[in-house]
Write a protein that binds this ligand. Structure first.
Ligand code: IMP
Ligand code: MG
Length: 185
C-alpha cells in the first residue's frame, strides 16, 4: 500500500488533494489486538453485547471482535451527524436504533472516531438512559484537541486534528476500503 496518495478526478472539490498514511495496517492490527485482549480480560466473566456505530466503525468492529476471545453478542446503531463531507452539523440524528434487548446487559459501544464529541455524547445519553447493567465506550481514534466531559474506556490512538479516511472512515462515503488510515495534508 502506498504511503502517499493523491485524490483523482472523482472526488469533486477534493480532487488533487494529497493524503499521507497516518496509521499503517500493521500499527492498526497491533493496537486492535491489544484492545481485544484488554476487553477479553475485563469481561472474562461476562457475555457483553458489542454495539457497532454505523457506518464508520464497521471494519474496526469486525477486526476487534475477532481479537476477543470471550462470548459476546453483536448489534448495531446508526447515527448521522455530518452536515457536509468533513464537518459536523452540530446535531445527531438517529437513523437506526439497536434491535436487541439491552436491559440488564453489559454493553460495549464501538465507535470509529471522536472529533467534536457530540456523537459520543449522544451515544452516552442513549445507552445510559437504558437499563443496561453496564455501558462502556471504545473509540479507535480521538483527535488531540477534542474536549469531552466524560471518559472513554478504551481508546486506540490520539491523532492530530486532521480529517482522516480509510479503515472504515469515509470522505463523502468513499475511501472506507483503504487498509490503513490516511490523513489530509
Ligand atoms: P463528532 O460527533 O464530531 O465527534 O464526530 C463523530 C463522527 O463523525 C464519527 O463517528 C465519524 O463517523 C465522523 N468523523 C469525525 N471525524 C472524522 C474524520 O476525520 N474522518 C472521517 N469521519 C470523521
Ligand atoms: Mg462514526
Amino acid at each position: 500500500m502506498k504511503k502517499e496518495m493523491v485524490l483523482g478526478p472523482n472526488y469533486g472539490q477534493y480532487s488533487g488533494q494529497k493524503l499521507y498514511e497516518l496509521l499503517s495496517e500493521e500499527t492498526l492490527k497491533q493496537r486492535v489486538r491489544e484492545i481485544g485482549k484488554l476487553i477479553s480480560k475485563d469481561y472474562s466473566d461476562k457475555t457483553p453485547v458489542f454495539i457497532g456505530v454505523l457506518n464508520g466503525s464497521f471494519i474496526f468492529f469486525s477486526d476487534l471482535l475477532r481479537e476477543i476471545d470471550i462470548d459476546g453478542e453483536v448489534d448495531f446503531i446508526k447515527i448521522w451527524s455530518y452536515a457536509d463531507e468533513t464537518k459536523t452539523s452540530g446535531s445527531v440524528k438517529l437513523i437506526k436504533d439497536v434491535s436487541c434487548n439491552i436491559s440488564c446487559r453489559d454493553v460495549i459501544v464501538v465507535e470509529d472516531i471522536v472529533d467534536s464529541g457530540i456523537s459520543m455524547k449522544y451515544l452516552k445519553n442513549r445507552f445510559e438512559d437504558s437499563n443496561a447493567r453496564s455501558v462502556r465506550f471504545v473509540a479507535l481514534l480521538i483527535k488531540e484537541s477534542t474536549k469531552i466531559d466524560f471518559t472513554l474506556d478504551y481508546i486506540g490512538f490520539t491523532i492530530p486534528d486532521k480529517f482522516v479516511v480509510g479503515y472504515g472512515l469515509d470522505l463523502a462515503q468513499k475511501l472506507r476500503n483503504l487498509k490503513s488510515i490516511y490523513a489530509f495534508k
